[in-house]
Write a protein that binds this ligand. Structure first.
Ligand code: PFF
Length: 467
């Protein structure tokens, strides 16, 4: 049942650089460029950053190493990997396969929005009629989100692009694309940062991010900050579901797992902080408010670009192009997580896995769900809402990010045979440098933290006022 070294019939990464780019590409996404800056600003700035870093080290790194090891050890996607521990744990695998499938519905919609905004800014650059054309950015946003046909088309374009890359396989599609897209993303981010921090009045935005507000630690407030930071960490590192298990299963046995598990969160957190530096100074420089949710990414930042004058279209195009790249490198990992688990089912039945057919069927199902979430227009189109949420995006997010991810990761920490991780890390004679730290965290720190994060998430989503 376990994979002790043979090549994975679903695919394999060709180089350690390719693997790292794919894993960092999965981690760096809308969560970094949109979620991190405003959550940090709204939850105590520097205090949030400290808590986030502690969580990344004690829970993120530990879970990442666990999931990569589980994947490489078993050579399976998420369902098969948990079944390899024990048949009775298949349900954890199912949770890990359903979560990314759900996330893809709203992720594709938001990715589609990025394409629309990149196109509109390009239009502005050339003075074309299809640009934003000086329209107030909230009006432009409302006009677009309530145009059910247009939003659905952009979501579908995003789904099709994701499917096309995943269809080409692990090394020919995912690895190749990430190896070009991630360095390009980095360069674009640096250009946007330089523009943002050189605007007059930019320092206020830096202060908003980095000035500590310790008052969030008074009373029980820190638990809600911990849960916001924790939810953000799960989502941002792509852990608690199927992705890192699938990517681990495509990793050749000669790769050092410990080093990779350290590099991924380091790169992800660096990009998240850089994203804050790229956006918040510009938001403050133009006297705008860093509001919450998609508004910050699409309304506030578009107002920044519209205010920039002639070059606004260029920077807007660069910025939304950058967010689009970050989003698509994550969405291909989400789709691969589900595809990998589904292909295992064919292998179990003794058949050769058919990547094309599996990806296409899953792609069609995601096309349908993403159009549904798009039709809701972030709650603006008057459709009935679920679970007390104000948009369909939030309802899907509640189930996936709010419940399935922390619960899945918590189960993972409890059921993982620690000896497997030890054996995978020390394969080829590498020393497991963080073994003492890992053992302690996986047994005690990670499960407790995850239960707190889960409670905090439910508290926030349902407005229970527990903390
Ligand atoms: N990590 C991605 C982000 O920060 O946007 C989103 C994501 C990708 C979440 C893959 C979960 C996942 F498995």
């Amino acid at each position: 049942m376990e994979n002790k070294g043979q090549a994975n019939s679903k695919g394999q990464f060709g180089s350690s650089f390719g693997f790292l780019m794919a894993a960092i590409g999965s981690a760096v996404g809308l969560g970094n460029l949109w979620g991190f800056p405003y959550k940090m600003g709204a939850n105590g700035g520097f205090a949030f950053l400290i808590l986030y870093l502690i969580l990344v080290v004690f829970v993120g790194y530990v879970m990442l190493l666990t999931e990569l090891s589980l994947g490489r050890r078993t050579g399976k996607g998420v369902i098969g990997a948990y079944e390899a521990i024990s048949k009775k744990y298949a349900f954890i695998g199912w949770m890990g396969a359903i979560a990314p499938w759900l996330i893809l519905s709203f992720y594709s919609m938001l990715g589609g929005y990025c394409i629309k905004y990149a196109v509109a800014n390009l239009g502005d650059l050339f003075g074309a009629g299809w640009g934003v054309g000086g329209v107030d950015s909230s009006e432009f946003f409302a006009g677009f989100t309530t145009d059910m046909l247009e939003t659905s088309i952009y979501s579908l374009i995003f789904v099709i692009l994701t499917v096309v890359i995943v269809l080409r396989g692990v090394s020919g599609g995912i690895e190749k694309f990430n190896s070009v897209a991630m360095p390009a993303l980095f360069v674009m981010l640096v250009i946007v940062i330089i523009r943002s921090v050189t605007l007059p009045g930019a320092s206020e935005g830096l202060a908003f991010m980095f000035k500590p507000d310790w008052s969030v630690f008074e009373g029980n407030g820190w638990i809600s900050v911990l849960s916001v930071a924790g939810g953000q960490m799960f989502f941002s590192l792509s852990i608690g579901m199927s992705i890192m298990i699938a990517y681990g299963s495509y990793l050749p046995k000669d790769q050092n797992l410990e080093r990779n598990a350290l590099t991924i969160p380091l790169a992800d957190t660096t990009v998240a902080v850089m994203a804050g530096v790229a956006t918040l100074p510009a938001v403050f420089a133009y006297g705008l408010e860093p509001s919450q949710g998609p508004g910050m990414l699409y309304i506030t930042l578009q107002a920044v670009f519209s205010n920039m004058g002639d070059l606004g279209g260029l920077f807007g195009f660069l910025f939304y192009g950058l967010v689009f790249i970050a989003a698509i490198t994550s969405s291909i990992s989400l789709l691969e997580g589900v595809t990998s688990a589904a292909m295992d089912k064919a292998i179990e039945k003794g058949r050769t896995p058919n990547r094309k057919k599996t990806t296409l069927i899953l792609g069609i199902s995601i096309a349908i769900t993403s159009v549904l979430v798009s039709l809701d227009g972030l709650g603006a189109n008057g459709f009935p809402q679920f679970f007390g949420q104000s948009t369909w995006l939030d309802a899907v997010d509640l189930i996936s990010e709010g419940i399935l991810m922390p619960l899945g990761a918590c189960y993972c920490a409890i059921v993982i045979p620690i000896s497997w991780v030890n054996e995978e890390v020390t394969l080829n004679g590498s020393r497991f440098r963080t073994k003492g730290f890992y053992d302690f965290c996986i047994k005690f720190v990670a499960p407790i933290m995850m239960v707190m994060i889960l409670l905090g998430q439910l508290d926030t989503f349902f407005g229970l006022g527990m903390f």
